[in-house]
Design a protein around this ligand. Structure first.
Ligand code: MN
Length: 250
């Protein structure tokens, strides 16, 4: 422990003891201030707005699903992540680490949910305004290089999405170590994900993402979803990641 920290703790303890001699309220506020300092910095995560109207992805995804999905589900992941990180900060401040395992799991689950949904809204666009079709340029070349052809990639990705066991995601990641695109699955929001790669495209295959429109036919949802993929956004993200990997500045 550093001298600074030791003297701070001594001071904080002294303040708390002095506070106790006054009113209860004063002691509580002094203790709270000392604890806040021990908690360190935390982030207040916020729900990003949808980049289009709720009905913009119809008929592929209904306004009803988009409203519930963004305003309820994604919002709940943001709240859950904030609550988990606040609980971890409190454990740090009070030295009560008994619940670290529990809150670490909640932070991973809700953090995964927040991250993937924030990406999900951006990798989609209205079918008549930028969504669908096939990628072009560097992204198209990279897909052909790493999967043989766009058709092969699409089949592989669709199969990954269709066959996620239970709730989860079908994902396309970029791995800078060997400059490769890889297709993978995530269970829930955080399991099965490899280290060192970044998602650039993903489809949510939790039932809340499609059940109201497609009932139990996940395959029909996955097939229709290609009509709302925002390829220009995916291509720009890949370009940015590859440039960063090459150590260039933009
Ligand atoms: Mn979802």
């Amino acid at each position: 422990m550093s001298n600074t920290r030791r003297s701070f703790l001594k001071t904080a303890g002294g303040l708390a003891a002095a506070g106790a001699a006054f009113t209860g309220g004063l002691a509580v506020s002094q203790r709270a201030a000392a604890q806040a300092a021990q908690a360190g910095q935390t982030t207040e995560h916020t729900l990003p707005p949808l980049p289009y109207d709720y009905d913009a992805l119809e008929p592929v995804i209904s306004a009803e699903i988009m409203t519930l999905h963004h305003d309820r589900h994604h919002a709940a992941y943001v709240r859950g992540l904030n609550a988990a990180e606040a609980a971890l900060a409190e454990a740090r401040a009070t030295g009560d680490y008994a619940l670290v395992d529990h809150w670490s799991r909640r932070a991973a689950f809700h953090g995964g949910g927040h991250y993937l949904h924030a990406m999900f809204w951006k990798v989609m666009a209205p079918p008549d305004n930028g969504g669908g079709g096939e990628p072009t340029g560097e992204l198209a070349d990279k897909i052909t290089e790493d999967f043989g052809s766009f058709a092969n990639f699409k089949d592989h990705f669709s199969a990954a999405a269709r066959t996620v066991e239970g709730s989860g995601w079908g994902l396309l990641h970029y791995r800078p170590e060997d400059d490769r695109l890889i297709v993978l699955q995530a269970e829930n929001q955080q399991k099965l994900s490899p280290w060192g790669s970044t998602p650039i495209l993903g489809i949510d295959v939790w039932e809340h993402a499609y059940y109201l429109d497609y009932k139990n036919d996940r395959g029909a949802y996955v097939e229709a979803w290609w009509d709302v993929v925002n390829w220009p956004h995916v291509a720009a993200h890949l370009e940015e990641l590859r440039r960063a990997a090459a150590g260039e500045t933009s």
